[in-house]
Design a binder for this molecule. Structure first.
Ligand SMILES: Cc1ncc(COP(=O)(O)O)c(C=O)c1O
Length: 454
């Protein structure tokens, strides 16, 4: 048996793990109910294959690939070795007016995987940074072409594009926006596509709602296309609770963007690198955006990295002016960090060896059937699925939005399964090495937990 075989990885026993911390006071935790957590901590200390282990050695099945990122499963040897070797060889290289060979090697490897035309890549360190980079590229591109009035950015209600100011401006999750002032000027939003009255329990993409793409025509009529730089959407919205695009919606959005000279940005931070059963959602839906953001699975979550893929014409529009001057005044100290590049190369090797960029397509029918077996389980009001992404929407407890799903999350943790919840939707996105038995365990645990809720 191959040493990376999923069965071998899953069977790896828990060795002694890191000790629990002495104090939890100083660490202000991100996107966490800090007081709740510190009263009843949930610590992870070790990971391999499909599993985590707590500091006490309790095994937890990873139903969410860490946070939509560990697509090849945990502690894959090629990635671990690549990072260790790179750290020993060269820890850091400045990325401004300097470079290191692996950055170029990685860029060439990546653009072999992207849809035709997306052949330039700009590195960042997270999904949020990739989004900011793409938004700036879009506005800068129009200006470079002498169309500088195109500055307006269009997002979508319920969209999630990270947490920086550009990202929350085009994002549409109210809780992430309402506390932070007026955000960037001049943005607007398409309507979201979620419609339980027509599409509940759809298997795969829902039938109804392609016409919601025409909302862009409404915004063009309101603002005029000459003021709009770009539209950004997640092909499948994850963080808002797994919303799939209605059949034909993305193609229609592409057509309307083309008609009006508006750039289309796909935020593929969760859909990139095999989640839907193709390397990117753009392949799956056969729609090529002008700019595409990725992060997470690019390094299997092992070292922070994000990236933007751009069409040649967008890149070329910047390549003017004196040759000694910087064409796109943007970048991060850690853009194309050597450890991230090494991790990404090890990740791409691992994906290729195990066929992981298409494995979700093979597992999708099993996953779909298992998820839809939850129909009729108490409190379930919808089940959504595509590739290895699942959403289980629950009836909220009256007056306590989010509480039912959060309670389910806590109880699943007690029973050894890590799930994720947003609002009252449970999201599942297991590592792409998942086997039938893991899917059974996840779904039966969720069913038991929901049956037990009053
Ligand atoms: C679609 C999308 N865009 C952007 C981000 C932000 O990525 P990060 O948390 O790496 O900044 C996420 C994170 O989940 C995401 O799902």
């Amino acid at each position: 048996m191959h040493k990376d075989d999923p069965a071998t990885l899953a069977a790896t026993p828990a060795a002694p793990t890191a000790a629990a911390p002495q104090s939890m006071d100083a660490f202000w935790m991100p996107f966490t109910a800090n007081r709740q957590f510190k009263a009843a901590p949930r610590l992870l200390a070790k990971a391999k294959g499909m599993h985590y282990w707590t500091p006490e050695g309790r095994q937890i099945l990873d139903g969410i690939a860490g946070l939509w990122c560990v697509n090849a499963g945990h502690a894959r040897p090629k990635i671990v070795e690549a990072i260790a070797a790179q750290a020993a060889e060269m820890d850091f290289a400045p990325p401004f007016n300097m470079a290191h060979p692996k950055a170029f090697e990685l860029a060439e490897r990546l653009v072999q995987l992207t849809p035709a035309g997306l052949n330039k890549v700009f590195f960042a360190n997270s999904g949020s940074e990739a989004v900011e980079t793409a938004l700036k590229m879009a506005i800068g591109y129009h200006r470079a072409r002498g169309d500088g009035a195109r500055t307006r950015l269009i997002g979508r209600e319920r969209g999630y594009h990270g947490v920086n100011f550009g990202g929350i401006t085009v994002g549409g999750i109210v809780g992430n926006r309402k506390s932070f002032g007026p955000l960037l000027p001049g943005a607007d939003h398409l309507r979201h596509t979620h419609d339980l009255s027509k599409n509940a329990y759809a298997r795969g993409v829902p039938e109804h709602g392609a016409e919601l793409a025409d909302d862009l025509e409404r915004l063009v009529a309101l603002h005029d296309a000459s003021t709009i730089a770009a539209v950004i959407v997640e092909p499948v919205a994850g963080s808002t609770g797994v919303l799939l695009p209605p059949k034909g919606y993305l193609k229609r959005l592409r057509e309307i963007c083309d008609k009006h000279g508006i750039l289309l940005i796909f935020d593929e931070v969760i859909t990139g690198f095999g989640r839907l059963g193709s390397p990117f959602a753009a392949h799956h839906f056969d729609v090529t955006p002008d700019l595409m953001t990725v992060a997470k699975g690019i390094t299997n979550g092992c070292v922070p990295m994000g990236a933007v893929f751009a069409k040649q014409a967008i890149h070329d529009a910047f390549m003017t002016g004196p040759e000694h001057l910087i064409e796109f005044p943007h970048g991060y100290t850690y853009s194309s960090h050597p450890l991230a590049c090494a991790a990404a190369l090890g990740t791409l090797d691992t994906y290729a060896e195990d066929g992981l960029l298409t494995r979700a397509a093979t597992m999708a029918p099993v996953f779909e059937n298992a998820l839809h077996s939850l129909r009729g389980v108490p409190h379930v009001i919808d089940v959504r699925n595509i590739g290895l992404v699942g959403g289980i929407e629950l009836q909220p407890i009256a007056g306590q939005p989010g509480k039912r799903a959060f309670d389910a999350f806590l109880e699943c943790w007690e029973r050894g399964v890590l799930i994720r919840t947003t609002g009252d939707t449970i999201a599942l996105s297991p590592p792409l090495i998942v086997e039938n038995s893991h899917i059974d365990q996840m779904v039966s645990t969720i069913a038991d937990v929901l049956k037990q809720q009053g």
